[in-house]
Unconditional design. Structure first.
Length: 403
């Protein structure tokens, strides 16, 4: 009969290493004795071991975790720490048991002779093709520490860029959701009281008041259908975005045309495109292969298709700057900087400067968008709530003539 798989639980531990230095960390293990034994093999004397709640077992590995690990690994390799020891130190420094387990698996693969690039490729959900290609280039050229430093910088820049876009969207979305919930609450619980009052008075109600009362009737009678419908639309949109490439391509093209926000999306995409290309080219990846990775990391279908066409043209010997000009989607500044980079042999440096410039542009655009959205949202909310209040109190102003 097959042996049952031993359950593992997260344990927090504290202790001292061979030098007497206090260390602590987290480990997945079947029991406390296993933890103490494992720490002894590492030269650590355990002083305190405590079992954590089960909820930590399903902790996810985020992009921030991967970026932090990459930065730590790059720093340790530059300092001369052996690769396997660097993996051990990184694993012990993180409290996320899922990341500890991942780093342990990668370390085991490297110990048995697998290349670092090959070990990373076994976990594509955490290390994409771009990441693995850069590591491969670093291993081939013998500059793994330098390449890891570039990868860490790239990851950090991309996380900052995503954070800026999310911050630009978060405030208006949350305000609109709260406004809808409040409006729905008024329509369902407040307006019916006014309807009963006016019904007893037998007054002839203004057209605006009648419209609000009709809308309130819809909310009262069909509130569950309204909320289910909105939830269904959000769910359908999310699923179409994840699983329908044609829908996602149309949405990407549409987002570039949206006033104000479209410029922010374009600048963020160009910054990501330039930063990715700069990192790949500086690591020694051939231009055609680098463009293949850049297309996948562009983050927008319009730029991805343009990059794939440029890759095909560059493969036949065409100039990159000429191909960018012909694509019709890249800004003139990027094209001119690429032309200068090609002529001077400093393409990676020029692309890095372009990325820096557009990242600053995204900062300014997010700040400008936030300041623009605040009065716009206030006008919408004031008009909505103010319109409801006026509609409900208009009959009261005429109540004297009715009574």
């Amino acid at each position: 009969m097959a042996q049952a798989k031993t359950s593992e639980f997260p344990f927090l531990w504290e202790g001292t290493d061979k030098g007497g230095k206090k260390v602590k960390g987290q480990m997945l293990a079947p029991g406390e004795a296993f933890v103490r034994q494992s720490l002894r093999r590492q030269g650590i004397t355990a002083q305190k071991v405590s079992k954590q709640g089960l909820f930590t077992r399903n902790q996810k590995i985020t992009e921030k975790d991967i970026a932090l690990f990459t930065r730590q690994l790059a720093t340790m390799l530059k300092a001369g720490v052996p690769l396997l020891q660097a993996f051990d130190i990184s694993a012990r420094s993180h409290s996320n048991p899922a990341l500890q387990r991942l780093l342990g698996e990668i370390k085991s693969d490297v110990e048995t002779g697998t290349s670092m690039n090959g070990a990373f490729r076994k976990h594509p959900q955490y290390f994409d093709g771009l990441y693995c290609n850069l590591i491969h280039a670093g291993e081939q050229a013998g500059i793994l520490d330098s390449v890891l430093d570039r990868v860490a910088t790239y990851k950090e820049k991309m996380l900052a860029l995503k954070g800026q876009i999310k911050s630009a969207l978060f405030y208006p979305v949350i305000v609109m959701v709260v406004a809808f919930v409040i409006t729905a609450g008024i329509m369902i619980f407040v307006i019916p009281a006014f309807k009963d009052l006016y019904g007893k008075a037998g007054a002839q109600l203004p057209a605006l008041t009648m419209i609000v009362l009709k809308i309130s009737d819809v909310f009262v009678n069909y509130w569950y259908l309204i909320f289910l419908g909105i939830g269904g639309i959000v769910f359908a949109f999310t699923q179409a975005w994840k699983h329908n490439p044609a829908f996602r391509a149309k949405m990407d093209a549409w987002m570039l045309k949206v006033p104000v926000f479209g410029q922010l999306v374009e600048k963020a995409t160009v910054a990501r495109w330039a930063r990715t290309f700069s990192s790949m080219f500086a690591a020694g990846v051939p231009m055609v292969e680098a463009l293949d990775s850049v297309a996948g990391a562009a983050g927008n279908h319009v730029f991805m298709e343009a990059t794939q066409k440029i890759r095909s043209q560059v493969a036949t010997g065409s100039s990159l700057a000429v191909c960018l000009q012909g694509a019709g989607v890249f800004p003139n500044m990027l094209i001119q900087m690429v032309a200068i980079g090609e002529e001077s042999g400093a393409l990676d440096s020029m692309l890095s400067k372009v990325a820096d410039y557009y990242e600053r542009e995204v900062d300014d655009a997010v700040a400008g968008l936030s300041s623009l959205m605040e009065p716009f949202i206030m006008v919408i909310l004031g008009t909505l709530i103010g319109g409801i209040v006026i509609a409900m109190y208009l009959p009261i102003f005429k109540m004297g003539s009715v009574v």
